[in-house]
Design a protein around this ligand. Structure first.
Ligand SMILES: Nc1ncnc2c1ncn2[C@@H]1O[C@H](COP(=O)(O)OP(=O)(O)O)[C@@H](O)[C@H]1O
Ligand SMILES: [Mg+2]
Length: 257
């Protein structure tokens, strides 16, 4: 699959008088893992959804792999972009395997090819092959989210978008899944944009953190640089939260080592 860059230029979105996106410009090189953070209502989901045309901007434009995404059919665009929702949204009446293979089936792939792909994708997200015949309701939250990731990758997209994908999971599951998704990102050469409200997760997984406030980018850079370079005290506080928490934890637990 082709490595895919994303160019967001002056994207604006209003709902009535409310400005959801106030002119966002971002250049995301192919292969980068970006964490999109910011308070609730800052425009994270809106921005993510403009990338696969679930939302149409009022102004500005987006290019993916050099091409204007406003040109052509939305379903062709979405095939190149995997999307993982916070609430996984698996079809309850379909098996895990059928859920993963929804897109390949729509594309008319032969049954043997679909079966092979389903096996590969389950292995990719570290689920046992036997899980293909289970119902989503029989899986844990973490397993369901793994199925959501497998489904998002079924059409071999170059881009993976995730909207608070691990928000509902317990900390250990969250940690394991985050690490696995980062490994998949590397292995598949994806360009990944992940919305998260967990700054520690952003720092640990992403190459770059973009902070939104009131629909505008207020900080943007590598995790290790941002804390030092950001002028805005509020944003600096937010970015520094994981370090402060780690220090408090170490003090409380006696430091070790
Ligand atoms: N369909 C909509 N109609 C009206 N307002 C909306 C709609 N979608 C989002 N908004 C508003 O736009 C702002 C940004 O929303 P959103 O992108 O969902 O924020 P985030 O994902 O950062 O929490 C919020 O103030 C939200 O209430
Ligand atoms: Mg949101």
């Amino acid at each position: 699959m082709a490595r895919t860059d994303i160019e967001i230029a002056g994207v604006e979105k209003r709902y009535g008088d409310h400005v959801a996106l106030a002119g966002v410009t971002l250049s995301i090189p192919a292969g980068q893992f970006v964490a999109l953070v910011g308070a609730s209502g800052s425009g994270k989901t809106t921005l993510l959804k403009t990338l696969n045309r679930l939302i149409t901007p009022d102004a500005g434009g987006i290019r993916i792999g050099g091409g204007d995404i406003a040109v052509g059919a939305p379903h062709l665009l979405r095939r190149r972009i995997g999307y993982v929702f916070q609430e996984v949204g698996l079809f309850p009446h379909l098996t895990v395997g059928e859920n993963i293979a929804v897109t390949p089936r729509l594309l008319g792939w032969a049954p043997e090819r679909v079966a092979a792909l389903t096996r590969d994708l389950l292995a990719l997200v570290a689920l046992p092959a036997a899980m293909a015949s289970r119902a989503p309701a029989e899986l844990s939250g973490g397993q369901r989210q793994r199925v959501g990731v497998a489904r998002a990758l079924a059409a071999e997209p170059g881009i993976l978008l995730m909207d608070e994908p691990f928000g509902a999971l317990d900390p250990l599951t969250r940690d394991a899944l985050g690490t696995d998704v980062r490994a998949l990102h590397e292995r598949l050469g994806l360009t990944t944009v992940m919305v998260t409200h967990d700054m520690a997760e952003a720092v640990l997984l992403a190459d770059r953190i973009v902070v939104l406030r009131d629909g505008a980018v207020v900080a943007d850079g590598a995790p290790e640089d941002l804390v030092r370079t950001v002028a805005d005290a509020g944003v600096r506080d937010l970015l520094d939260a994981p370090r402060r928490q780690a220090l408090r934890l170490a003090a409380r637990l006696g430091g070790g080592q």
